[in-house]
Design a protein around this ligand. Structure first.
Ligand code: FES
Length: 107
């Protein structure tokens, strides 16, 4: 049976006062292209990957008050905080391998 949603979405908060969220989203898009992961195979399932900017994710302590942005991987529900553009290569790499980055996780 085909899953209802075969898209992994990376929602990046862009509600900070500076441009960090937009910079993270831009860097994620570049990394996905660079690593050839705009489509990935996860658990035998083909998934498209989309990066979407959004408003506040209600994780502001890890976003507005920190130097980085908050993001949520949907539908997995992985939540990262204080993400900076330099973290995006690792995020995309882990996404392709079905792993998470513990140091950025918000529990
Ligand atoms: S401002 Fe980014 S989570 Fe609230």
């Amino acid at each position: 049976m085909k899953p209802a949603d075969s898209v992994t979405r990376l929602f990046v908060c862009t509600a900070q006062k500076d441009e960090i969220g937009k910079e993270v989203a831009r860097a994620l898009k570049i990394e996905l292209k660079k690593q050839g992961l705009k489509k990935l195979l996860l658990g035998g399932e083909k998934r498209k990957v989309r990066v979407q900017t959004c408003n506040c994710l209600d994780l502001c302590k890890q976003c507005k008050k920190g130097p980085g942005a908050a993001l949520i991987v949907y539908p997995e529900g992985t939540t990262y905080g204080n993400v900076k553009p330099k973290d995006t290569a690792e995020i995309v790499e882990c996404l392709g391998e079905g792993r998470v980055i513990k140091r950025l996780l918000i529990e």
